[in-house]
Design a protein around this ligand. Structure first.
Ligand code: BGC
Length: 361
């Protein structure tokens, strides 16, 4: 039964539990134009973003779940809606060096580490505080050695549903020992709206502000090459539908089973907040512009979504949702020519990501 107290229809009791001695709950953000977001502090998972279409109809545009149990289960393998960290993406053989020491992470993707392993930020309970209706503060103290990373890392995130209909994420972190740090958000979007079944995102139009992208091998590891998008299916400098070229006989698309690649964003300065991408659903008229302070944007077209059932019996077949993950380039430790993700003791880490919603007919 849909709960009538929130637009999404989630029952808060389904998210109230205790995991590792820490309380979990459902948090609801609203702005004055009627948008709503549901979030649980387990994995800082975004469960819903209710966005109006071009006729003013509100629908959820992210993959989400009815219960904490389901959210835990599916975010474990698919990282649905969660924050990823300390380091997003793959690290070859799960090995890196900071200072004079080598560190070894859990290998959870062939013989490599994906999204910091099975015990990353997406599996911990964040301390949450909601100071106002449209904002949630989330904090986590990542202990030295946790998930294999050095340093006690104090992480703070602010989720804001802005008055102009954006979901804004501000990250901050400090460490007491040099470490690696490069988090992202793993929301799966479908701007037509989550449904039963959720329809393919192949009709979504995308534009990405990138002249280059990072090729991968057959295990989705980065080869270290920085390749031009010109004359390839990775050229999104003008608008293309996701499906237009996704099934081409292109080695990179075959390696990724679709798009699962990092785009090198065009920037005047390395960490300026700038435009990264636009995504439009022609069916609903919903449009999302992505802005980031980070140099990279991973577009992952839900190639491995297996069709499981989520919120209100919605289903999520392969390619029914797309992720736009803002972050530094993946596997930086093994590619010294990529911008560094070392966070030094005493430094203040900052990152901002904005998913801006609007409509066009
Ligand atoms: C990665 C994919 C991976 C997916 C997990 C994405 O960020 O790039 O390769 O399969 O996360 O759901």
């Amino acid at each position: 039964m849909k709960d009538k107290t929130n637009l999404t229809g989630l029952n808060p009791e389904n998210f109230q539990s205790v995991i590792n001695g820490k309380k979990t709950d459902l948090y609801i953000l609203r702005n004055s134009s009627g948008m709503e977001m549901c979030i649980t502090n387990y994995g800082a998972i975004v469960l819903s973003i209710m966005v109006p279409d071009c006729h003013g109809k509100f629908e959820n545009v992210v993959v989400g779940f009815d219960t904490l149990e389901e959210a835990c289960r599916q975010s474990k393998d698919y990282y649905i809606g969660a924050v990823i960290g300390p380091v997003a993406g793959r690290i070859l053989r799960g090995t890196f060096r900071v200072g004079e020491k080598d560190y070894h992470l859990q290998l959870n993707s062939v013989s490599n580490t994906l999204h910091s392993g099975d015990n990353g930020f997406h599996t911990v309970v964040w301390q949450a505080r909601q100071p106002r209706e449209n904002q949630l503060f989330l904090q986590y103290l990542h202990a030295d050695g946790e998930a294999g990373f050095p340093g006690n890392i104090a992480v703070r995130m602010t989720y804001t549903l802005t008055e102009d209909n954006a979901f804004r994420i501000d990250y901050e972190a400090e460490t007491d020992c040099d470490t690696l740090f490069c988090p992202t958000n793993h929301a799966y979007f479908n701007l037509t709206g989550i449904g039963n079944p959720t329809t393919s995102i192949e009709n979504h139009l995308v534009m990405i502000n990138a002249d280059f992208y990072l090729p991968t091998d057959e295990n989705t590891n980065h080869t270290g090459e920085i390749r031009t998008v010109a004359d390839t299916p990775f050229d999104f400098r003008s608008c293309h539908s996701i499906g237009e070229r996704i099934n081409q006989n292109n080695l990179q698309l075959l390696n990724g089973h679709g798009y699962d690649h990092c785009f090198v964003l065009k920037k005047a300065a390395l960490h300026e907040l700038s435009f990264a991408a636009t995504c439009i659903s022609p069916a609903s008229g919903r449009k999302m512009d992505v802005y980031t302070t980070e140099p990279g944007l991973i577009m992952y077209t839900g190639n491995y979504l297996p069709g499981f059932t989520g919120m209100h019996n919605t289903t999520y077949p392969r390619r029914s949702a797309v992720c736009f993950e803002t972050q530094c380039f993946p596997d930086t430790p093994n590619n010294q020519h990529f911008p560094s993700i070392v966070l030094r003791e005493g430094e203040l880490y900052k990152q901002t990501c904005i998913y801006q919603f609007s409509t066009q007919s």
